[in-house]
Design a protein around this ligand. Structure first.
Ligand code: NDP
Length: 323
């Protein structure tokens, strides 16, 4: 594993990190989830990413990690970076959603109970809130750090203007916003519209979520829809309608290019996200340990020729771009 510094902070993250959005809920077999966590750690993946609502049911992924921390990882807390978030709907009524101080602090207290921890390493505001004043949300993050509930704070899915405003507000409060968690993959390049420059200006790190486009940018769907895949299980935002003929043609062409580089399609997709030093870490999901092993092996070949980059652009900019 290689580790990269998170912006100008003192923290380093593994260039491949593991997220617990899917396959770690109480509907999933604990032994399988625990096996993925321990294998990941053995491969040097020291960072596990959560949110209050991961499961299903919501909250249960934090309980799964809490159980693993008490058993499998009992003496390894200080070798791990654990993050969680609040910002999407978590409980009924006006206090369990978006970005009020009321919501963020109560939610993190609930997360800490489910995880069985005194603090998390990184706490994120999960998405921008169009109604709550940004000052209030950032003051809540500042309070969370000062009260010892989190060591660092970050933001997720903020646009470049929101990122600049959030970072500047936190700086005036004396707390740094060290990391941004946006989506980034060959199929979703919204961060290239100025966000990556802004994070660099603010000396923030970037951890790219869904770098495999939720599993599309892998060999999973090249010939059929496997019954144990995310599309078949209908647990995410990915569905059969995303597998258009033109999308499949793009995946076949990318897979061919990957083979020429001696990589799988998933490895090509991860290497591509990590080619840019502005990206600290690629935040993957997985449904089995072999996927994690294969993703980590992407680090063996992160460089691209100009010709390869141009081919990737040509393939992904053909119709159907933008998932
Ligand atoms: P990915 O794009 O990495 O997709 C993961 C899926 O790809 C796996 O579940 C698996 O599909 C497939 N896969 C992974 N590795 C391989 C491999 N080597 N070969 C073949 N298939 C593979 O990421 P996710 O969409 O799961 O998101 C990752 C994390 O990002 C989340 O857990 C969460 O922590 C974070 N996230 C944050 C968001 C935010 O708003 N901040 C939003 C979304 C995600 P299958 O299950 O079908 O086997």
């Amino acid at each position: 594993m290689t580790y990269a510094r998170v912006g100008a902070s003192g923290l380093k993250l593994p260039r491949i990190a593991l997220g617990l959005w899917h396959n770690f809920g109480s509907i999933d077999r604990y032994e399988q989830s625990a096996q993925m966590l321990t294998r990941a750690f053995d491969l040097g993946i020291t960072h596990f990413d959560l949110a209050n609502n991961y499961g299903p049911p919501p909250g249960s992924a934090e309980e799964t990690l809490g159980r693993a921390l008490r058993t499998e990882f009992r003496s390894y807390r200080d070798e791990l970076v654990i993050s969680t978030k609040a910002g999407w709907g978590m409980w009924p009524g006006p206090y369990g959603d978006f970005g009020s101080r009321k919501y963020l602090i109560a939610s993190l207290d609930q997360s800490l109970k489910r995880l069985g921890l005194d603090y998390v390493d990184i706490f994120y505001h999960h998405r921008p809130d169009p109604e709550t004043p940004l000052e209030e949300t950032m003051a809540a993050l500042d309070h969370i750090v000062r009260s010892g509930r989190a060591l660092y704070v970050g933001i997720s899915s903020y646009d470049k203007e929101g990122t600049r405003a959030a970072a500047e507000l936190l700086r005036t409060m004396g707390t740094r916003c060290i990391i941004h968690q946006p989506p980034y993959s060959m199929f979703n390049r919204s961060v290239e519209q100025g966000l990556l420059q802004e994070t660099q200006r603010q000396q923030m790190g970037v951890i790219a979520f869904s770098p495999l486009s939720q599993g599309l940018l892998t060999d999973r769907y090249l010939s059929a829809i496997p019954t144990d895949s995310r599309i078949a299980k209908q647990t995410g935002f990915l569905n059969q309608a995303d597998l258009t003929e033109s999308r499949l043609a793009q995946l076949q062409a990318l897979s061919k290019l990957a083979q020429e580089r001696g990589q799988s399609l998933a490895q090509l997709a991860l290497a591509w996200v990590l080619r840019d030093q502005a990206v600290t870490s690629a935040l993957i999901g997985a449904s089995r340990t072999s996927q994690i092993e294969s993703c980590v092996a992407a680090l063996e070949q992160l460089t691209f020729s100009q010709d390869e980059l141009a081919r990737i652009d040509a393939i992904t900019q053909s119709p159907d771009r933008g998932h």
